[in-house]
Design a protein around this ligand. Structure first.
Ligand code: AMP
Ligand code: ZN
Length: 490
């Protein structure tokens, strides 16, 4: 079976083929760093991480860029309103630069806690002003721009014949009804490439501004992605990702700019993650229903429970969040971590020379099914279904005799799939300290001597240290209940 991905460009599942053999280049639209990321935003980055890791699992070398929008994203999609960073700076009485760097750092912390791998590059918009100006110059030279006085330089969408094709005609109409009309624009969905800073007479002063051939100002929001993806991934690259809200405005505009400038597609595949909802609304600042990862932590949840919860809904389906579902996710994840930790901390009391063929067969079958689910447009809920049936088979087999090789093969299988899922806490912490194993060995000896009273005493002693001891036909295992502070730290 080949890898198929749903391409927003064609609204179809298509066979994925990279441009360069064995290498995939991905651009994921990154955060606007004016506030804490909410768990809706984070769902979108978990999806991008799963995409990247699935491709790596399938043997591709992946180069991924996630940009940092630290200038130019205005409060309104029609290029009016305030710059989100400058607005936040005023509200929080900090400089725009302090705000941008602070929330970027917080974003990186969220990524780390969610086991999201750092991308190959994380370019900042403010550090690529030259590249953005150069790109705008190309568009100007080709006659696709016009100036609105005291406002900015705009892209004339009527000159890009395909404008609206990507967004979808109905979506565009809907968008038009939402857009507050700027009568000075030639077409309702023309968008800013460069915005002018307010005139000195206005008394308003921007903190982030640069000189340009068109006057002092700052880049429009969309141009950064076109300029930085070209620089780091070249054009066309393989896959562009973002949340579904980007289809109608941001990505449609990126396509218009990049294709006009370089006469070739921007990306071959466009993948969009659906929204996370809370109550009956999408999570969003304007909806007033935000929750952050810290809120979940304060409510007693581990960040990885949220990651696991996300994996249980397909990325193209709306996800309805509640603390109740998060609680069940945390419990299910605990059962996976528990089994893994048990297998890492085993003391055999009876050697078994025979390898358990059923375990081998099940591991092989599970990996095949897992791969098939991934190849079907990243069907992670299905992949996790296979994981649970594999684990229940394993639990059955552990009730029979197993040997060291069997245990090793189960752990290897789980390690392989965890490269994609990334739901296990830092593995080094899963190993219990030698002291515990030593006491456990002593307990076994006493048990063998049929000194049950003394052996039970030792079990209680171990349990007091927050470990749980479980006896199997030919081994004893020890584990901790997760979440547990000792298992969390890297
Ligand atoms: P922003 O920082 O506002 O540019 O958004 C960062 C990413 O989060 C974008 O890809 C958005 O499409 C995505 N996003 C925004 N709201 C949600 C939501 N409720 N659920 C999932 N993704 C979202
Ligand atoms: Zn973008």
């Amino acid at each position: 079976m080949v890898l198929k991905l749903f391409n927003t460009l064609t609204r179809k599942k298509e066979v994925f083929k990279p441009i360069k053999k064995n290498e995939v280049r991905i651009y994921s639209c990154g955060p606007t760093v004016y506030d804490y990321a909410h768990i809706g935003n984070l769902r979108t980055y978990i999806f991008a991480d799963i995409l990247r890791k699935s491709l790596e699992f399938l043997g591709y070398k992946v180069k991924q860029a996630i940009n940092i929008t630290d200038v130019g994203h205005l409060t309104q999609d029609d290029d009016s309103g305030e710059d989100k960073i400058e607005k936040s700076a005023k509200e929080k009485k900090k400089s725009a630069w302090e705000i941008a760097r602070f929330f970027e750092k917080r974003f990186l912390k969220d990524l780390m806690e969610l086991n999201i791998s750092k991308p190959s590059v994380m370019p900042r918009a403010t550090e690529h002003i030259k590249e953005q100006i150069n790109l705008i110059k190309i568009l100007e030279k080709k006659g696709f721009t016009y100036i609105i006085e005291n406002d900015g330089l705009y892209f004339d969408t009527s000159k890009f014949e395909k404008y609206g094709e990507f967004a979808g005609e109905n979506n565009l109409k809907q968008r038009m009804s939402r857009i507050g009309e700027n009568k000075l624009k030639k077409n309702p969905w023309d968008f800013a490439l460069w915005k002018f800073s307010p005139s000195p007479e206005s008394g308003k002063k921007r903190q982030m501004e640069w000189s340009s051939p068109w006057g002092i100002g700052f880049p429009g929001w969309h141009i950064e992605c076109s300029a930085m993806s070209k620089k780091y991934l070249s054009q066309p690259f393989d896959i562009h990702t973002g949340g579904v809200d980007h289809i109608t405005v941001h990505h449609q505009n990126e396509i218009a700019q990049s294709e006009t400038a370089f006469g070739k597609p921007l990306a071959h595949f466009w993948l969009h993650g659906e929204f996370l909802h809370l109550g009956d609304k999408r999570m969003g600042k304007s909806e007033g229903n935000l929750m952050t990862l810290d809120d979940l932590k304060k409510a007693g949840f581990h960040p990885l429970s949220f990651r696991f919860l996300c994996l249980n809904t397909h990325y193209r389906k709306k996800m309805f969040f509640s603390l109740k579902t998060l609680n069940s996710a945390q419990k299910s994840l605990n059962s996976i971590i528990t089994l893994y930790q048990k297998l890492v901390n085993i003391i055999f009391h009876k050697k078994s020379l025979k390898q358990n063929l059923k375990i081998q067969k099940e591991s092989h079958r599970f990996l095949k099914n897992f791969e098939m689910a991934i190849k079907d447009d990243l069907n992670l809920p299905k992949a996790i279904g296979y994981l649970f049936s594999y684990l229940s088979q394993i639990n059955e087999e552990l009730k029979k005799e197993v040997n060291q090789k069997d245990i090793k093969s189960i752990l290897q299988t789980l390690d392989i799939v965890d490269k994609v899922l990334s739901i296990l806490p830092y593995k080094k912490n899963l190993k219990v300290n030698k002291e515990i194993l030593k006491i456990l060995k002593k307990r076994l000896k006493l048990k063998n001597q049929k000194n049950y009273k003394a052996s039970d005493k030792i079990r209680t002693l171990i349990e007091k240290k927050n470990y749980i001891v479980e006896d199997y036909p030919n081994f004893t295992a020890v584990y901790q209940i997760w979440p547990n502070p000792n298992l969390q730290k890297k």
